[in-house]
Design a binder for this molecule. Structure first.
Ligand SMILES: NC(=O)c1ccc[n+]([C@@H]2O[C@H](COP(=O)([O-])OP(=O)(O)OC[C@H]3O[C@@H](n4cnc5c(N)ncnc54)[C@H](OP(=O)(O)O)[C@@H]3O)[C@@H](O)[C@H]2O)c1
Ligand SMILES: [Zn+2]
Ligand SMILES: [Zn+2]
Length: 362
């Protein structure tokens, strides 16, 4: 069956695309398999990872690359072998992951950790086992394997659901999996897209107190409105690490730059505290004195997005607690300007591209 619609979107053709030089072009989607779903995209968030990838910041990108992995839209084609309860016309989404091996012998896939499968396929700049490339959601349509396609609960608007599918889950998962809840004092470093979700979900999970840690005080009132109880502006108080030493059980760091005061962040941990890095700088993290870990028996770790079942759990919590992300909707046709603004740190706190051509309303 040939599709009645065209796969076209904003393609990065070289690293300059991250400076807002993407071009609207047609491309060849993944070869159809009966386990796939085609999504008519209405909304797509802009994630920091889109910029790292468009500019080949982590590794050489396989251009052309269509960014966007916070995708929501309508299922327009559902394969005959799709086992999930997804029907044509359903409101669905896909996050940063569009594939894993799903083999019973895979330790990760067999235990609900598809996000850690060694054969994970990213929603863009990835390669499927059938040789096709993956293309993201700055586009009219997106084809994704149904295992990674998530139904969106009725009470969550599409524009709000979209950024939860990467930004939201990347903040939620390390909080949930590292004990965030009553009795815990949590810190979130970086008040950006992921960071603002970190504050919202730490609150929704019932943390005793939430400390937002940012470079300057410009985002202080926003962070407090989002649910933070305390705020640290690291560029403005030379003694911040001393003033707030041993105050946090769990820190989730969303910082996207390698020039971070890591050793000072570790000073904020209580004994047996944990520091989880989710921000993915393009260069190595700073060296730090190992006694900042040894002395307090503290730990440093990482976390990658979240498995489909965790995304569903997060959406359920979002609906139940009425979690509201702070988003700014931008027309898909102005994606290049939105990418430039994201790179300049202007998003408050997530840009969501709205596909007016697909009847989505701004
Ligand atoms: N682990 C995963 O699975 C995963 C998933 C999604 C994204 N990520 C990564 O997480 C990082 C954050 O993504 P995001 O979408 O939240 O981006 P974002 O909205 O740009 O937020 C990043 C935040 O980092 C802080 N920051 C500190 N130093 C910075 C610098 N020199 N330049 C820019 N920002 C700096 C800023 O917070 P303040 O202004 O408050 O200081 C900024 O708001 C990216 O590296 C992204 O690739 C990882
Ligand atoms: Zn992302
Ligand atoms: Zn696997």
């Amino acid at each position: 069956m040939t599709s009645q619609y065209k796969f076209q979107g904003w393609l990065g053709l070289d690293p300059s695309s991250a400076q807002g030089k993407m071009q609207w072009k047609e491309y060849e989607p993944k070869t159809w398999e009966e386990t796939d779903v085609d999504i008519k995209v209405t909304h797509c968030g802009i994630c920091g990872s889109d910029l790292h990838t468009l500019r080949s910041g982590w590794a050489p990108t396989i251009y052309p690359c269509c960014g966007g992995h916070e995708i929501v839209g309508t299922a327009v084609r559902v394969g005959s072998k799709v086992q999930k309860n997804i029907k044509v016309g359903d409101r669905v989404g896909v996050g940063a992951q569009s594939g894993s091996c799903l083999k019973p012998e895979c330790e990760e896939c067999a235990s609900g950790m598809e996000n850690h499968c060694p054969r994970m396929v990213g929603t863009y700049n990835g390669k499927y086992p059938n040789g096709s490339k993956s293309y993201g959601g700055y586009a009219d349509y997106c084809r994704a394997p149904s295992h990674f396609v998530i139904k969106i609960p009725d009470s969550i608007p599409s524009a709000e659901a979209a950024p939860m599918l990467c930004g939201g889950i990347t903040a939620y998962s390390p909080l949930k999996n590292n004990g965030c809840g009553p009795g815990k004092k949590v810190g979130i470093v970086g008040v950006g897209g992921l960071g603002h979700f970190g504050i919202l979900y730490a609150k929704a999970l019932g943390a005793d107190s939430i400390t937002a840690i940012s470079r300057t005080s410009t985002k202080k009132s926003d962070a407090m409105s989002l649910g933070a109880d305390k705020y640290i502006a690291t560029d403005e108080d030379p003694n911040w690490a001393k003033h707030h030493a041993r105050s946090l059980d769990l820190i989730v760091s969303t910082v996207s730059s390698p020039s971070m005061p890591l050793e000072k962040y570790l000073q904020l941990l209580r004994t047996h505290g944990q520091f989880i890095q989710v921000g993915a700088p393009e260069d190595r993290l700073p060296a730090f004195n190992v006694f900042s870990l040894i002395q307090k028996g503290s730990r440093i770790g990482g976390s990658a997005i979240g498995a489909p079942h965790e995304i569903e759990e997060m959406l359920e919590l979002t609906a139940r607690k009425g979690v509201k992300p702070w988003i700014q909707e931008r027309p898909l046709k102005e994606a290049n300007q939105a990418v430039r603004d994201m790179d300049a740190g202007k998003a408050r706190y997530r840009y969501v591209l709205v596909n007016e051509g697909n009847d989505a309303k701004l």
